[in-house]
Design a binder for this molecule. Structure first.
Ligand SMILES: O=C(O)c1ccccc1NCC(=O)[C@H](O)[C@H](O)COP(=O)(O)O
Length: 212
């Protein structure tokens, strides 16, 4: 089975190397100042330069303004924008057209009613990231290491490529793939030893579990 892995929230060159060697197809950089994974523009640009050809560099933003997105896209060589806030479908379409980059819209899922948003965003985004809905009052709208009930995904038909996220780890990713039929998986907390602290061995173990 051809599975694509995204490792999100990378901050160190060694972790980019580990992700690339282990077979990841996407690496994510977080631009959200309240996150322990936040990267400044200069650090992100330097990190992006070390990403091997063929691995997509994804910028994760949360309700970013045009000025913020202008600064990010001008400073950092990117292949995709991940919108992880409450961006409307119209805003997703606007960002896609303004920057000429594929856009992945994150949608938080906790219950069946949340799935309607997936259908809506499929009409405007290039990809959908199906993530766990953050708990009430959470500081971060994603990257909380929480899983949702994968049974909600059963029988769903998708018009766009989609990626499964939320609480994935080296121990559960194979089961998650089997349970949801996902062809793409995204992880952040599950390859960390503390919030924002990635671990090479966990990155390699996650990719191995997802890809074998
Ligand atoms: O990672 C963050 O700090 C973050 C901040 C703001 C919005 C989203 C954020 N992360 C999202 C992700 O890293 C992933 O796309 C995904 O949600 C997986 O997260 P996790 O459950 O930690 O594996």
């Amino acid at each position: 089975m051809d599975i694509a892995v995204k490792i999100c929230g990378l901050r160190e060159p060694a972790h980019v190397v580990a992700a690339a060697e282990a077979g990841a197809r996407y690496v994510g950089f977080v631009f959200f100042s309240r996150s322990p994974r936040h990267l400044g523009l200069a650090d992100a640009a330097a990190l992006a330069l070390g990403v091997p050809e063929g691995i997509a560099k994804v910028a994760l933003t949360v309700n970013a303004t045009n000025e913020e997105l202008d600064a990010i896209t001008e400073a950092v060589p990117l292949d995709m924008l991940q919108l992880h806030g409450s961006e409307s479908p119209e805003r997703v379409a606007e960002v896609r057209s303004r920057y000429g980059l594929p856009v992945m819209k994150a949608v938080g899922v906790a219950e069946p009613a949340d799935l309607a948003a997936l259908d809506l965003y499929q009409t405007v985004a290039d990809q959908i990231l199906v993530d766990a809905k953050p708990p009430k009052g959470a500081v971060l709208p994603g990257g909380n290491g929480l899983a949702f009930d994968w049974r909600l995904m059963l029988g769903r038909v998708w018009r766009r490529p989609w990626m499964l996220a939320g609480g994935l780890t080296p121990d559960n990713v194979a089961l998650a793939i089997r349970s949801t039929n996902a062809r793409q998986v995204d992880v952040s907390s599950g390859v960390e030893t503390a919030p924002g602290v990635k671990d090479e061995a966990l990155i390699r173990a996650f990719c191995k579990a997802a890809l074998e």
